[in-house]
Design a protein around this ligand. Structure first.
Ligand code: 3PG
Length: 403
């Protein structure tokens, strides 16, 4: 695929799709960490001779993290040491006027692209190119740079639509991630262990099949909300666990455990909050409706042993609510087991990247990616829309040069 050096971007207006989607502090809605914004600023700096229009999404419709990007604009502006324009609308008269009057070196951030309905739907590249978002804006751009590696699995208009119509290349994050992952994949060794945690249950369930089918998960160590789905499927939890389309998710977990009986490891003990304290209990002692906050010490020991005897270990999504010190033990212990293992280690997602930083062990992990769900699918061997868009753009440009 093409990179920033392969397209004539000087003095041009460039649409740069990054992923600034950041977890928010539950109590005050502030950005929890700035990793993705920091990474995006590298590509923006390298485009300092262009006029840069940055696009990103934040959160999902209906969730508490579905917020405007004003905090992101402020953080980016501080990192770049210059103003980041932040128009009121996304493709209305104000945004278009500001885009058209950008000067070389100036940067503008569009607001949360998911505020437009179409950016919440998947399309073929051709269909995406006909959406209102793309049609209103693409004529104001000369080129597109795709750098949203964590969103590489979403065929949304800003990922596959602009790139269908404009000369498109990869930004620094996509180049860096693919280079590191390709290097790792050439030295990866069995057995493969995948540690799955976090809250995005449907994404994880979708990815497990792919990971197992492509021999990237000899063992799957389950933590977080997805562990509860499997515990429910195994008849060890009987109450509602608050997962979207819970019945379907539990059905899928049942099928997976029947099809691959030796693959899944489930927590035997968990940590819950009782009287404001961390309390570890066997899974069988969970009270009706009680929220699981972390895995327990016996599970930690068992999982750590498996991690240490694995050839390649991949962790996506935190094992517990590590933001609260009382429930950080599972996340810290499993990350430390990875850091001290002789296997190849890959850690994915913004939360875990923040956790590694907090525990001071980031440099002991072979590859830390800001991507979550996209990386799980990539490692499972799935073709990702963003990567296909980059490949197609390269083919188009090379073919037109040969004509
Ligand atoms: C992520 O954090 O995994 C990406 O930003 C994609 O977000 P999504 O799962 O809401 O599409």
């Amino acid at each position: 695929m093409l990179t920033l050096e392969d397209l004539p971007l000087e003095d041009k207006t460039v649409f740069l799709r990054v992923d600034l989607n950041t977890p928010l502090e539950p109590n005050n809605g502030k950005l929890l960490e700035l990793n993705r914004i920091q990474e995006a600023s590298v590509t923006i700096r390298d485009l300092s001779k262009s006029k840069v229009v940055v696009g990103s999404h934040q959160g999902r419709v209906g969730r508490s993290d579905y917020v405007p990007l004003n905090q992101h604009a402020e953080a980016l502006s501080k990192m770049l040491g210059k103003e980041v324009k932040f128009p009121e609308d996304i493709f209305g008269p104000t945004a278009i006027k500001e885009i058209d009057s950008l000067k070389r070196g100036e940067v503008l951030l569009l607001d949360n692209l998911r505020f437009t309905a179409e950016e919440n739907m998947e399309f073929s590249p051709e269909e995406a190119s006909k959406t209102i978002l793309v049609q209103k804006l693409y004529k104001h751009f000369d080129a597109c740079v795709l750098d949203a590696f964590p969103t590489a699995h979403r065929a949304h208009p800003s990922i596959v639509g602009f790139s269908y119509l404009l000369p498109t290349c990869a930004g620094r994050i996509v180049s860096k991630e693919l280079k590191a992952l390709n290097r790792i994949m050439t030295v990866e060794k069995a057995p493969f262990t995948t540690v799955l945690g976090g809250a995005k249950v449907s994404d994880r369930l979708e990815a497990i099949d792919t990971l197992i089918a492509n021999k990237r998960a000899d063992k799957v160590l389950l933590c977080g909300l997805i562990a509860n789905v499997f515990l429910k499927a195994a008849g060890k939890i009987e109450y509602d666990i608050g997962v979207d389309k819970e019945e379907k998710a539990v059905e899928k977990a049942t099928r997976l455990m029947t099809e691959f009986p030796d693959t899944f490891e489930l927590p035997t003990d968990v940590a819950v909050m009782r009287s404001g304290e961390r309390k570890e209990i066997p899974v069988s002692e969970l009270r009706n409706g009680e929220k699981v906050m972390d895995i327990g010490s016996k599970t930690i020991d068992h999982y750590s042993r498996i991690i240490r005897s694995s050839g390649t270990i991949f962790m996506s999504g935190p094992p517990g609510y590590f933001e609260d010190e009382r429930f950080g033990l599972g996340t810290e212990s499993l990350l430390r087991a990875m850091a001290s293992s002789f296997g190849t280690t890959i850690v994915s997602g913004g939360h875990l990247s923040a956790a590694l930083q907090r525990f001071g062990i980031k440099e002991w992990i072979d590859h830390v990616s800001t991507a979550g769900g996209a990386l799980v699918l990539f490692l499972g061997g799935r073709r990702l829309p963003l990567i296909e868009a980059l490949e197609q753009s390269e083919n188009k440009i090379r073919n037109s040069k040969n004509e």
